[in-house]
Design a protein around this ligand. Structure first.
Ligand code: PLP
Ligand code: COI
Length: 341
């Protein structure tokens, strides 16, 4: 793949795809400690054919974004939360976490080094940041390795679900992405491998993504593809599922606070798939998804339409406007949410 050139990119029509930018950050772990990391230009990672990540999936990752402000500066949104969640995910797979303060410094360094590729404020795009951690020791039996690579690449992106704020259709699946007591709370590659077949089935049937149901009873909503779910009730409650097998979404925790501030009573609670009638509006929330309105959910061939299949609802739009205004630096949010690069 050839290196991307900023002059060749149309920042106003970005999709959610990889571009090989000039710099990435890499640090290695050997003999029980992290070695100093540095920027590198090589977008390939060289591994032993027996590297544990290739066979047993010892991998965790994160996703966050850098936002170009109107004044030309650059914001990160709650990178301390990503640093912490990555350490927690790593613990689940017996990997050494990358120190949280170093994580934030490394993110800043790689964003600054690729700053020509941060989409302009007016484009509505952002620079997606993908930190990841892999086990590199050559291992044949199933056990954790002793050698690791921490790496961060970045790529400019637009909307994750085509259409951005246009509602899309979702469908439930017979498949699960994570088991009860499994790795659903951790951001590990294996969860996403398990989601590929159901995701592909949903796409082929014309849906934008899957609504996963809880792995024990297949009754309660878990999450949506690569995002958490929310519904807004007729009396203005902002409800989102509580479950031990979903990703603790940073966007969700942020919207729980913003919903409170905006007078929508926020609740984390189990939500049955037969309880959709209570919601006037619904959406997917996540770093990639931002807030993507859910137009409908189809379950066992029955379609439930929320506010509209073509128009975003007013409360979803208000949450989207407030969240993105904070991220892009147009409005002040709660203390510490936005970090200047
Ligand atoms: N759920 C899944 C499965 C995800 O992949 C993501 C994306 O990171 C989310 C939820 C949303 O999490 P966050 O808001 O931290 O990006
Ligand atoms: C994110 O929102 O950062 C995600 O992880 C989604 C991704 C898997 C595309």
């Amino acid at each position: 793949m050839s290196k991307a050139k900023a002059a060749d990119i149309d920042f106003n029509s970005l999709d959610f795809s990889y571009k090989d930018l000039p710099y990435r950050y890499q640090a290695e772990y050997h003999n029980g400690q992290w070695e100093p990391g540095e920027l590198t230009t090589d977008s390939n990672v060289q591994l032993s054919e027996a590297a544990v990540v290739l066979h047993y999936g010892q991998e965790v990752f994160e996703g966050l974004k850098a936002y170009r402000r109107k004044d030309g500066g650059v914001n990160l949104f709650r990178p301390d939360r990503n640093a912490k969640r990555m350490r927690q995910s790593a613990e689940r797979l017996l990997m050494p976490g990358y120190p949280e303060a170093d994580f934030i410094e490394a993110v800043k360094e790689v964003v600054k080094a690729n700053s020509d590729f941060i989409p302009p404020y007016e484009s509505g795009g952002s620079l997606y940041i993908r930190p990841f951690l892999i086990g590199t020791s050559p291992i044949v039996g199933v056990k954790p390795g002793n050698d690791f690579i921490f790496r961060i690449y970045v790529t400019p992106v637009g909307a994750y679900y085509p259409g951005g704020l246009r509602p899309t259709a979702f469908v439930t699946s017979e498949f699960d992405r994570a088991a009860h007591g499994g790795t659903g709370q951790a951001k590990v590659g294996g969860n996403y491998a398990a989601s590929m077949l159901p995701g592909e089935e949903a796409h082929r049937a014309g849906f934008s993504d899957v609504v996963y149901l809880d792995p024990r009873e297949h009754h309660y909503i878990e999450e949506l593809g690569s995002a958490n779910f929310f519904g807004i009730t007729k009396d203005g409650q902002f409800k989102t599922p509580k479950s031990p097998s979903i990703l603790p979404s940073i966007t969700k925790f942020s919207l729980l606070e913003l919903a409170e501030e905006m007078g929508m009573h926020p609740v984390e609670t189990p939500i049955g798939i037969d309880e959709l009638d209570q919601f006037e509006e619904a959406g997917a929330m996540g770093t990639a998804a931002v807030i993507s309105p859910v137009g409908s959910i189809t379950h066992q061939a029955k379609k439930h339409v929320f506010y509209s299949e073509t128009e975003v609802g007013p409360k979803t739009k208000a949450l989207y406007d407030r969240l993105t205004a904070i991220q892009y630096g147009d409005e002040k949010g709660p203390a510490g949410w936005v970090v200047d690069v």
